[in-house]
Design a protein around this ligand. Sequence first.
Ligand code: SF4
Length: 265
Amino acid sequence: MPGNPNEIKLVNNAMANATRRKIMNFLADGDRNIEEIGESVGKAMLDFHLKLLQQASLIELEEGTVRLSEYGKNFLKDKAEKSTEKTADLSQAKPVEIAEIRQLLPCIADSSKFRVIANMAPPLGGTLKVLEPLFPRGRYSDRINALIIQKGEIITTVYGTGKVTMTMIKNEGEAVESLVSLKSTINEAIAKGVAPVPREKVRVEPMEIYKYLPQTNCGKCGEQSCYTFAIKIMSGEAPLEKCTPLKEPEYAINQEQLQVLTAYI
Ligand code: SF4
């Protein structure tokens, strides 16, 4: 039964796809054969979807019959219960504006880059905590009441008081672009009025990324080896798309697993 972080990732990946969610819900009414599932959800890539659900221990396949595993049944039950729980409310939050960039100071970590201080109004206070899942590399700190977001080299800290700091900024243009993107991500969530669903807290290691790369060390990504590329992905210095061999059909499952893993970085 899935329990450790790697297994949780497999489950999250399996359930991230609409067709696979449909298959799970279809099986909730009882065992089915592959033909019946194909008629209900479509036959395109059916083997692929079933394989991912099976890898995640959500279903069992036996002589053409597909059924929910015990874990799969419990998973659906938990999900139904959670969906009836009250979702964090953002209806009282007001859209934010990011006011003037108040200072451009040399960055402590790299003197060729800048540190930026801006102001977000109205301040989001404790609401910041529920916004954490909006940012793939975002972490909320209770201690300083701030949301810390990493994107590539740039680290942005949004404080509950409205203060926003950014480090490792190349120039004012990059600062403005990053602040506009931050504002629109937050305002889109506020417009919906509902906080995003919290992410599972899982830690990704370079070896996990490497495991799903083609491991041919072909160099097409510009790195000497697949492992070096995995480290670059971990540090945010290279996007997954740079590994073009992954687009080949034989790596379709690997690519999907990697997309999920990289969302946790
Ligand atoms: S392009 Fe992909 S397969 Fe080739 S070295 Fe880079 S990571 Fe490895």
